[in-house]
Each structure stands twice: as C-alpha cells, then as structure tokens.
Design a protein around this ligand. Structure first.
Ligand SMILES: *Cc1c(COP(=O)(O)O)cnc(C)c1O
Length: 356
C-alpha cells in the first residue's frame, strides 16, 4: 500500500522529541508584572510578534493575559489566527498595518486592529469602511509611520484612532535621540485626535515617567531579555532549552570532530552527540565557549556546530544516551560574546523544540 495516496491516513501520535524548550510561565508573568509596575500609571501591553520572540504564542499569550496584559502586538496578519485561540481579536494590534483590501477584510473579520503607518494605508482603511485603528507616527527611527506634520492631513483626520504610537530607536542607550524623539512625540500628541498614546518598548520604560503616556509595549524584557542595564536583577530567565544525547562515542588521540575538523582529540576522549544545531538556534558563533549542563556538570561544545547536531566532551561524566542536557541561555552574556542581539538569540529558537 502506498501511504502517500491514502489521504485519510491518521498520523500516529508523535514520539517524544529530543528537543524541549521549557518555558517558565511564572517568570514570564513576573516579568510582565515588573514591567507593569515600572510603567507607572500606564497600561502595559505585550509584543508577541514572531511567535512571542520564539517562546511560543501558546505558552506566552495565555500567561501574559492571565497576568493582566490586555493588548497584544504582532507584526503580520499571519500572526493573528494563532492568537485568537487565547484572546479576542480586538486585543490584537497588527504593526505592519493594512496594505490591501484583503488585509482590511481580514482585519474586520477577525476584529484585529491595524496600526496605520502611512497616508496611503489611511486611505485604504477608510475606503474599505474605516473603523477603530491605531496610528504610528515616525519620530525619528525612519522605519514605519507617518511624518509628524502629516497628523493634520485629511486622510489621517478621517481615521478613528484609538492609540497613537511612536517607536524609540535608541531606548537601550543613554542617547540624546531619546529626548529628541520624546519632544517630537509630545508635540504630535498636542495636535492628534486619538484616545490614547504610546511610546515605550521594554527599554523605553526605563527612561522614566515622561515616556510612559497611556500604554507601554514591552517585548524583549518579558521573555528574559535585559533590554536596559537597569533591568538587571529584576527580569527572570523564561526560556530553558534542553536537548537529548543521541549517541556517545569514545575517541582516540588524533580523531577530529565535525565539519572542517576544527577540534582534534589529544588523548582518549569520551564524547556525546546532541540533537541540537544551528537550525534550532544554536548558531555557529555561539558554539565556541558554550557549555551544556547536567546537574552541576558542564560539558563544552567541541568542533563546529552542525545544522542538527553538536558534539560535547563528556570528560568522566556518566551521562548516557537519552539523557537531556540543558543549554544555559544567558542572553546578555551570549549577546556580548557573539555580537548578536538578545532578540536574535531568542527569535532563532527553532520549531523543532517541544515548547512546554
Ligand atoms: C517589537 C516592538 C516593540 C517591542 O519592543 P522590545 O524592544 O522587544 O520591547 C514595541 N513596539 C513596536 C512598534 C515594536 O515593533
């Protein structure tokens, strides 16, 4: 029998995976509460784009909702449906806005709110029937958003704006760009016809009350990222990757490991192959200098990181095939050592992890 032709084949239950991403929901909820407290009188939303920064929407969104978050930000319309299992459409904002009639129709059908980013988007939304929307004003990042002086354009005046927002370019730094963007935003707030105002991402929250307005939009710090030095000690790690040993081997002096033989044994060495590679987010430049852990034992990665595997030096440990080892995902440390942003490290965590 050719199984490919049996369209009604029931797919059997998947065997347990050799990659797990343990999500500490308590830490996630605690991080939201910390950011909510730091947001003062402003409401605190949650950026959950890119599958909640790699953490997984199905774990993150209910946890954030139960902690008290009422507004969720995604970038693409394709990210709306997975959220609808957990929150009302009207709690979802789509940062890329509406570029077509199809997107307007989808917005109306789901109740998700577009963030209008240009005069053209404003026209598209109004012509398709209008309704509540948010508005992005560019105060200096030169990414998306209308120019401040376009706030009085008839296409913008015709909108029914709930949240008027802007986005900070350098909130993670002590930069004069922050005060410049704040001043520009404050000026547009005076001229704007919106119910609420919002300027801060995670790092922006740390810039103080003047930046908070009515709503903050943290992302990175919810998921354990130290978005601003002042958050050190207040934000807890949320994602704990774990990977299984799929084979143990005994090498002799002279045996080389992995692509391009970048590591060679100088003596008899016991090694293990782990089911974790760069396709799962352990990028090549993260490999050197990283260790996996089992209890208090630490095992350095040796040789190159492959797509689906790494090799570790087991030394005298008695761990065995099938055991799970944990990867210490110290975001600020890896970020600094590997010249990667904490955002990149999190959003690279792949789809092969069983998120639990
Ligand atoms: C991604 C994003 C956020 C969240 O930013 P973090 O730095 O992750 O806290 C907030 N607002 C907008 C417009 C975004 O694109």
């Amino acid at each position: 029998m050719d199984l490919r032709k049996t369209s009604v084949m029931t797919i059997p239950e998947e065997p347990p995976r050799s990659l797990r991403l343990r999500i500490d929901r308590e830490a996630l909820a605690s991080n939201w509460r910390v950011l909510d407290r730091l947001s003062g009188n402003a409401q605190t939303g949650a950026a959950v784009k890119a599958d909640a920064y790699g953490i997984g929407v199905d774990a993150a969104v209910p946890t954030l909702r139960d902690a008290g978050a009422a507004e969720f930000f995604v970038a693409h319309w394709s990210e709306v449906a997975p959220l609808l299992d957990h929150v009302e459409g009207s709690a979802i904002s789509v940062l890329h806005g509406v570029a077509s009639e199809e997107e307007c129709t989808f917005a109306r059908a789901t109740g998700a709110i577009p963030v209008i980013n240009s005069l053209q988007q404003a026209q598209i939304w109004t012509e398709s029937g209008g309704g509540p929307c948010h508005l992005m004003v560019d105060s200096g990042i030169n990414r998306l958003g209308i120019a401040p002086h376009d706030i009085s354009d008839p296409a913008i005046q015709a909108l029914s704006v709930d949240v008027m927002m802007s986005h900070l370019a350098s909130a993670d730094e002590d930069s004069s760009q922050n005060t410049r963007q704040l001043a520009i935003f404050q000026e547009v707030v005076q001229a704007a016809n919106a119910k609420r105002f919002s300027l801060c991402n995670s790092a922006g929250i740390m810039l103080g009350e003047a930046y908070h307005f009515d709503l903050t939009r943290p992302g990175l710090a919810l998921y354990g990222g130290i978005a601003h030095a002042d958050l050190t000690g207040q934000i807890m790690q949320v994602a704990f990757p774990e990977a299984a040993i799929i084979q143990c081997r005994n090498l002799s002096a002279g045996d080389a490991v992995g692509y391009n033989a970048t590591w060679t044994a100088t003596e008899d060495t016991r090694t293990a192959v782990i089911a974790l590679g760069y396709a799962d987010g352990l990028l090549r430049q993260m490999g050197a200098g990283i260790a996996l852990q089992h209890g208090t034992d630490r095992f350095p990665v040796i040789g190159r990181v492959s797509m689906d595997m790494i090799v570790i030096d087991l030394a005298n440990s008695d761990v065995k095939e099938g055991d799970f080892l944990s990867l210490q995902l110290d975001l600020p440390e890896i970020s600094q050592r590997c010249d990667l942003s904490q955002y990149e490290i999190l959003t690279s965590l792949g789809q092969r992890f069983k998120r639990s």
